[in-house]
Design a binder for this molecule. Structure first.
Ligand SMILES: *Cc1c(COP(=O)(O)O)cnc(C)c1O
Length: 338
């Protein structure tokens, strides 16, 4: 699939590593687990949002914007990376935070919130759970327009058709890497939230005829709600690319058993997963996304859903910055939900 007609900023030099994890595999007792290190993407520190922002920020610049406006939860990686991109481009950045868990926003918070302040966010608006975020961002854009500035609104998680191109690019990078390293992967495990990553990757796999099933692990929704979002995102990406492809419903698969009790709220399996990867491979996961996704990979392996002779690829989407806001939790010093 040819992405070259879309303006793009480059925030990462080269490809992210594709590695086998021998000690983690051994501790798990199979399957063989590989990892793609999208936690090593560019932008302070990077993660999956970096790939989406390469296309979104290029579009903002083409439209002559001077301020990026986006939204997320109090420990949003997406907001941090968007702010970092804005700083790199000499733009300003306004963030709207949805307090999805009441009282969870604190101006003294560590992790991503600390980075919002350190990198000089223009302003943070905090709104209650359930707020219409698109309308809230539009209000910020109107406020800026009234004083002669020009906002570019980036959807939550950077997940629209244009942002999804970042994961088409990732699919193509991965396809080449698998070929170069002579590795054959049976299934890919990816976190599924605002869906740009899962949906974009799926569009990239279908469009490039990569016949590896993608297993999504929901971080905030069960499959009944998540799968239609992913399907819509994958189709929107294909349509934007102008490829004549109808995304089959069956190509979308996710599990919803690992995100409870609530988005961003810790559970026991997440703590085990974060500790296990840190202590076998020295790789940091995060409590909100990748810890729960890896908990899914571990559980599905133990249950035999992934067979011992399979090769599974875990897509590491980043997020370790928020570990610092959950230190005692991931050390197992604080009781968490089951
Ligand atoms: C945003 C995020 C996800 C989820 O990706 P979506 O594209 O929103 O589905 C997964 N992992 C991390 C670390 C994230 O920040």
């Amino acid at each position: 699939m040819d992405l070259s007609r879309f303006p793009r900023r480059i925030y990462t030099h080269g490809e992210t590593p594709l590695e086998f994890m021998p000690r983690f595999t051994q501790a798990l007792g199979g399957p063989q687990v590989w990892i793609k290190r999208d936690d090593q993407l560019g932008l302070t520190p990077g993660g999956n949002k970096t790939r989406k922002l390469e296309f979104l920020v290029a579009d903002a610049l083409a439209q002559g914007a001077d301020t990026l406006v986006t939204c997320g939860a109090p420990q949003s990686n997406h907001c941090r990376i968007t702010l970092a991109a804005a700083v790199r481009e000499g733009l300003k950045c306004r963030i709207v935070i949805e307090e999805r868990v009441p009282e969870s926003f604190s101006d003294e918070a560590s992790g991503n919130h600390f980075m919002f302040r350190l990198m000089g966010v223009d302003n943070i608006d905090v709104v209650p759970a359930g707020t219409d975020m698109a309308a809230a961002m539009k209000r910020v854009a109107d406020e800026l327009a009234a004083v002669g500035r020009k906002a570019y609104i980036i959807a939550g998680g950077g997940s629209n058709a244009l942002g999804g191109l970042g994961y088409v690019a990732c699919a193509q990078e991965l396809q080449q890497q698998l070929f170069d390293q002579g590795v054959k992967i049976d299934r890919v495990v990816v976190g599924s939230g605002s869906s740009g990553t899962h949906g974009g990757l799926l569009a990239g796999f279908l469009g490039n005829r990569i016949n590896i099933p993608i297993v999504g692990i929901g971080v905030s929704r069960d499959p009944a709600d998540q799968d239609p979002l992913v399907h819509r995102e994958a189709q929107a990406v294909c349509d934007l690319l102008g490829i004549d492809l109808t995304v089959p419903r069956e190509a979308v698969l996710s599990f919803g058993d690992y995100w409870r009790p609530k988005y961003s709220v810790p559970n026991r399996k997440m703590v085990e997963a974060v500790q296990m990867l840190a202590r076998t491979e020295g790789i940091l996961l995060d409590p909100v996304y990748t810890g729960k996704v890896m908990a899914g990979l571990i559980d599905l392996s133990r249950k035999g859903y992934f067979r011992k002779d399979e090769k599974i690829l875990f897509l590491h989407t980043g997020g370790a910055t928020s570990l610092h806001a959950y230190e005692q939790v991931v050390l197992g010093k604080v009781p968490v939900a089951d």
